[in-house]
Structure formats: structure tokens, C-alpha cells
Design a protein around this ligand. Sequence first.
Ligand code: AGP
Length: 618
Amino acid sequence: MCGIVGYVGPRQATDVILEGLRRLEYRGYDSAGIAVVHATEAGGTISSDKRAGKLANLEKSMATTPLAESGTGIGHTRWATHGPPNDRNAHPHLGSTGRVALVHNGILENFDALRVELERAGHDLISDTDTEVAAHLLERELTAGADLTTAMQRTCSRLRGAFTLVAIDALDPSRVVAARRNSPLVVGLGDGENFLGSDVAAFIEHTREALELGQDQVVTITADSVSITGFDGAPSEGRGYHVDWDLSAAEKDGFDWFMRKEIFEQPRAVADSLLGRRTSSGALHLDEMRLSEQELRDVDKIIIVACGTAFYAGMVAKYAIEHWTRVPVEVELASEFRYRDPILTSDTLVVAISQSGETADTLQALRHARAQRSRVLAICNTNGSTIPRESDAVIYTHAGPEIGVASTKGFLTQLVACLLLALYLAQVKGTRYGDEVTQVLDQLEQMPEHIESVLAAADQIYELAAAHTDAKTVLFLGRHAGYPIALEGALKLKEIAYLHAEGFAAGELKHGPIALLEEGLPVLCVVPPRDRDQLHDKMLSGIQEVRARGARTICIAEEGDTAIAPYADVLISLPKVPVLLQPLVAAIPLQLFACELATLLGHDVDQPRNLAKSVTVE
Ligand code: AGP
């Protein structure tokens, strides 16, 4: 939520910042703004521009009225929380005298009280945002004689909630100062220049060397230095790392949408997430697993916490972990978890799944679990993000940057990580023989090829989408590991095609949802493999019930499934894979369907309305 960029160096700050904002726009696109500082005879001045709507509006405005030349500046792309998305509420926000400009990602929970305090002291606040109070507090500290770093430290200690703040001072063009609590911020280390960004995409074309910041830290960048302190001013440090992807991963590469590109990247993403997982003896090995084998053997219950698509990956994990290890698993929406007083002990393993590693609901759930002495394992795609940093162990997925707001390769690689975790637990606990683990690993390693073959038939799905542009409702049915896939298919359609879509466990249909069926209503059915005969046959009955009511059955089934064919208005074939691995191929037609339908309906697939890529507010 909200993208933030900061720069100090020899280049034109506006160019660097606009480019960074372009790459961060997926984080929010309600408004965009930029501010630069440059020296004048009178000391220095800040110029800024900010516009409601997408970044293009700001670019248009700056093309007509360019900002002053400068090597120091900040930028912001907004996902609105407090106050409607208009020019006035856009960031940067200035202090009363215009000496300071500040951008913010997060929510300042005590802004109301601070606003009253400032207004009583004669400050005139002009926006509806929570952010503006921070600009005024900062400026008050500067006016009292503090430098920007000290002023930021003092300001932060007055704030409650989640925030990344980045600021410039008109009287000090040499530095940009930032702070973070519960909200992301990374430093990009350049040669004679330095960068700040909500994530590394902001500066990836300039440097792949990054510094991850800890909680409650203030960072000051100049062209040739980076210094870090706590909010109390005590010197501190960040963790340096090398970003293992480059600019090309953050470009569309000829695709119309990042989402479509990311769908087609899935064979590679899955292969990369499986790389290096076997020891020389063939056993499964998870290199970032910081929990000992004994600790894992002691685990007597697993709770998976996640949101949205990641939650559906967690649902698939439950089938796999319980089947292979016999350890009971609960899957819980992270936003609900801590409010129901969950039963947690030191032998409970909490698994937090998050592509971004910054989702506030998931982060708070993991903090709650750790406070109850449970161990937390993160499944995450973003190196250096908060969730893996605060977890006891981590399995990184290697999807590369996911920029489309609708998660696709992030999801598939989460499924891979969940299956690896389930197998690893089975290996450690001895609930499966070594050769069984090896057999599943072999099958997993064939998945990139299978995914490739599903993608090769994309045209059939595109035709299907073209035939459904007038659909008002689409239903999805699945059973067993196909049930979360039905839910995921419905979520994809809601978020990018803005269609009413619902996923059901096929067996539940007759308990209510069947009343929704009517002539011609499209129902996408994820059919379990035939070797699970009971499941398969029950699904077949469900499909017949749907068809008997005139609805249109679009069946996604294993190739050669002759039993389904007579009852399918449309039949989409999947390669033959075991039931627990089927989600890795069954999700793909549903992703393609949503992407194509949204495109045909004229929607912005990568930046769907009201959404943001990583939800860093609760
Ligand atoms: C997926 O398409 C969504 N955009 C959303 O549900 C997402 O999966 C959810 O917000 C969780 O994000 P995370 O994986 O980054 O924690």
C-alpha cells in the first residue's frame, strides 16, 4: 500500500523518482506526488507537484511545468486510507512554512490527538489525511533547531501505528531521511548515490545492492553515506543483501499485462522454487529452515495464517500436511486469528504465508503467535521483508518480483513451498518412507513441464473468456485440493474482472448454492483425478446436478477423462498428476480466464480498482 521513493545523487532526482514510482505504482494508484529540494541564495527551497489519479496525471503536469533541477527528492504513489483521493490529500505533505516535505505509507493511529495539539498551537492543517500531522511535527522540530535526522527521531517517538516516512528539508539539500515501523522500507546502495524505496523495484535499474532496515529505525542517506539509528538516536545497522533478479524481471517484456507475463513465467518460477532442495543423498533439504529436527518432531499442531490467495495456498497445505504427516492443521484468515484467542503452545507451529512479506494482518498474527511462545515459519517471496525477518524459520519461494496485483506465480510457488514443507515434516517425523518423499519430489520436478503444457493451450481459454463477456455471475466448484482452487478462481475473477463469482466445495452445492443455478449460468468445475475414484465420482454427480438445471458446465479435468466428457459443455484438459499436485496445473486455466475476460471487458488488469498489491494496513 503506497509506494515510496527517495533519492540523493548526481542524477536528476525527478527522473529517478518518476521511474521508481512507475515500478511501485502497483502498490497504490489513487494519486502520485513528488518533491525536490535545491539550494538557493536564501538557503534552499522545496518544489513539489502532486496529482490525483494515476502517475500519468503527475507526469503530464510535470511535462508542462517541470520542477526545479535537483539531485535530492522524494516521491509517493498513494492507496488512500484517510481522505478521498484528490490533489489536496495526495502526498507529499508540507509543513506550515514549506520547509519540510514528507511522504508516508501506513496509518498514524494517534493522528487525531496530534492534530488537535497542532491546531491549538496555531498550525493550519489543510488535508484530510493522517499524514499531515507528521509533516508539521517534523517541521516544528526543525524550527526548534534540530537537524532532519534528529527531528525525524523525535517525531517518530510521538507516533503510534504503522508508518514509513520519508522527508526532505529545504535548508539541507544533501540528505533524505526516512523512518520505519511496521511498514516496508529498503535502502539501495549506489556508487556516489543512494536510494530509498518501499521495495527494491524502486531502484533496481540503478543498483542490486540493498540494505534491509529493522523495526523502529531511522535512516539518513546522502550521495555517499548511509547511516542508521534507532528512534532513540542510538547507532544501529541494517542487513545488506544482493537482489537476485534484475530490471528485465520488472518489465512487461512484450506482454500486455504484468499479470499475463507472470502467468507465463510460472514454469520457471516453480522450477526455481524447487532448485537446491535435495542433499547429495537425495533427501529433502530446506536451507533456511532454522528450526531443528527435534523442534519439528515436537510439533503437535500446525496453524496456517494468511490472507486472500495465500490463504488458499494454506488450504491446499492442510490436505498435504495432514495426509503425509498426520499432524492436525488449522487454516485461519490472518485477520481473524488473534481476535478469537487461539489455543497456542510452544509445540504449535504457526505457518505464515505471504508473497509480499508485508501484509499487516499476517504480520500481526505471527507476532501474536510468537508472543504465545509458538514457533513461526514464514513462506515468503520477498527477501528482506518483515514477515520472514520476524519468523523463526523461512521457506523462500523464488517467483521473482510479482507486480500484477492479482497473485499468480506467487500462488503457484506458495503451493510448491507448502508441499515441500509437508514432505519435509513427513521426512523428519518419519511418517513417510524416504522413497515416498523422493517419489513426490520427482513428481514435483516434472510440474514445470506440465504447467508449460497447460499454458500451451491458452487459446482455448481465451476463446472461453470471449464467449463469457456478458456473464454477470460465474460459479466455481471443486473438491478436496480442488476446492481452494475453485475459491482462487472466483477471487481472481472478482478482483480483476469485477464480476460476481463464488467458489464452493462441490458437495455443498445441494445444501444451498444450487438455488443460484439457472439456464446458461457458467459453472467452472475442477475435477479431481480419476485415481481418486470416490472423489472423482462424487464430483461427477455434482456436475450432473448442475447440468440438470440448465447451467453451463465448464469442466477442468485430467486428459482422457471420458467419464466427464458427456456432461461437460466445455472440457479443458489437464495433465495427469496426483491429486495433491493438481492445484499446480488446475489454477492456470482459471488465471488465464480471469486475465483474458478482464482484458476484454476493458479493465486495467494490473491495477484493479480499490486494490493494492501489498496490504500494509489492518
Ligand atoms: C491475490 O490476487 C490478492 N491480490 C490478495 O488476495 C493477496 O494474495 C493477499 O492480499 C495476500 O498478500 P500476501 O501474499 O502478499 O500476504
